[in-house]
Design a protein around this ligand. Structure first.
Ligand SMILES: Cc1cc2nc3c(=O)[nH]c(=O)nc-3n(C[C@H](O)[C@H](O)[C@H](O)COP(=O)(O)OP(=O)(O)OC[C@H]3O[C@@H](n4cnc5c(N)ncnc54)[C@H](O)[C@@H]3O)c2cc1C
Length: 401
């Protein structure tokens, strides 16, 4: 039987996050965005209501909600500002859920528990100056040295690079495979900011998600104990793809929230602003933009809800999550562009929030698999060229936790 009702738990998560955004984010976000200011105090407020471990089981320090709740929180956060949803994407989506699924009991106790309680902040470091979509183009290496690895390399465009305590890092452990561009030579590690050889900085020239922190870090002969390797040597690519699948889910839900923010701002303005003797909402071409936003909101929401349900049930959802992320982010770009259009010249300023939505939405069309990469993936699924291979670790279904 198919049901579209949200449970009491879901509704309370939605309400709680909506209240947090209205009280703690909405009054200050325009100013923070204008000043490129990352307000660290929001992390404590998110932790207070359990958001930083929302769908992590209570035994691992989390709030114990399901994966749909994670999506609902992301939609509400990005309704307020993309920078808030990014925190959940990297901290819970890319990092926390990967540790939950691939980490050892010791790694979970040492890293996942404090992260889920919000005592430590985590992120994901894969992209490098010369390698984004092309993962095997990475240059970072992890050379075995006794009971440790020595990590060397540069990561850039990393969300929370200058804020996070823990980093999930992808680097080559097999240099021959690196030369051959064989991704089975990549491995994954948990790296701590306090490890000697680590340095980070903030990218100052970013023109969107300005209230968020995005930066770079370097690893210079950084000694990382073998216990900090996630999975086996050579499983780094699979772990990265797993992490991205969880991150993409949060991006899809967040982009859906951004579409709703565009729709709400646009319908308000369209009812108020008059041209040629009537509200602009009564002009057919404006109606068309509003109708498209309303449609895109529903389609995007249904697509990510399907993924959340599949995650709860323990079903593979690579194809569905890629599709949801692709659709919602592209639709959010259309919605934000049209929201600016509907606001006319006022939209082309910071007097209304739609300009911020327009700047913010574009990042998601690029990160966690660009629009083009998802289009190619979807074509390959549809043509039967791409099949999901069996995986050693998967997201624990909600019923089994
Ligand atoms: C705000 C922001 C936050 C980010 N946060 C993180 C983070 O926390 N952690 C992290 O690891 N990374 C992060 N990234 C990096 C992001 O994941 C990469 O930017 C993304 O993977 C694209 O890589 P690239 O920028 O190197 O572009 P490239 O891979 O160089 O691509 C450039 C263009 O070429 C196209 N292209 C590339 N290959 C193909 C192909 N085979 N076929 C067709 N077209 C192709 C792309 O679609 C794109 O349009 C972030 C980026 C941004 C903007």
């Amino acid at each position: 039987m198919i049901g579209f009702d949200l449970s009491e738990d879901h509704l309370s998560v939605e309400r709680l996050v909506r209240e947090l955004v209205a009280k703690e984010v909405a009054p200050r976000i325009a100013e923070n965005d204008a000043k490129h200011f990352f307000d660290r105090s929001i992390l404590g407020k998110m932790a207070e209501i359990g958001l930083l471990g929302i769908c992590i089981p209570a035994e691992q320090g989390g709030a114990g909600f399901d994966y749909l709740s994670l999506g609902l929180a992301c939609e509400e956060l990005e309704y307020g500002d993309t920078s808030l949803r990014v925190i959940l994407s990297v901290h819970v989506g890319l990092n926390g859920l990967t540790l939950l699924s691939w980490g050892t009991a010791e790694q979970k106790a040492r890293y996942l528990v404090p992260q889920s309680k919000g005592l430590k902040i985590a992120t994901f470091g894969m992209t490098e100056p010369d390698a984004g979509s092309d993962v095997v183009g990475l240059q970072s290496t992890a050379r075995r040295d006794g009971k440790d690895y020595l990590l060397n390399g540069e990561k850039t465009w990393i969300s929370l690079a200058d804020v996070a305590d823990h980093f999930l890092v992808i680097a080559w452990t097999d240099l021959e495979k690196k030369r051959q561009r064989d991704h089975s030579g990549l491995s994954a590690f948990i790296v701590e900011r306090t490890m000697p050889g680590f340095a980070s900085g903030t990218l100052e020239q970013k023109w969107g998600i300005r209230a968020g922190n995005t930066g770079f870090f370097s690893m210079n002969d950084m000694r990382v104990p073998i216990e900090n390797r996630i999975g086996e040597e050579g499983e780094g690519f699979k772990i990265a793809m797993f992490a991205l699948e969880q991150g993409r889910y949060t991006v899809a839900a967040g982009a859906t929230g951004l579409i709703r923010a565009c729709l709400d701002a646009s319908r308000k303005y369209a009812r108020e602003r008059k041209t040629f003797g009537k509200a602009i909402g009564e002009h057919q071409l404006v109606k068309e933009m509003i109708a498209q936003m309303a449609l895109d909101y529903d389609v995007s929401r249904l697509l990510w809800l399907r993924c959340g349900w599949m995650k709860n049930e323990g079903l593979r959802n690579n194809r569905e999550t890629s599709q949801a992320k692709w659709y919602a982010t592209v639709a959010s770009e259309r919605a934000a562009s049209d929201a600016v259009q509907i606001h006319g010249a006022y939209g082309y300023s910071d007097e209304y929030p739609v300009g911020r939505y327009y700047r913010n939405c574009k990042g998601a069309v690029i990160y966690e698999g660009t629009r083009e990469i998802h289009k190619l993936m979807q074509a390959d699924y549809a043509l039967g060229y791409r099949h999901d291979k069996p995986v050693r670790c998967s997201l624990p279904p909600v019923g089994s936790r």
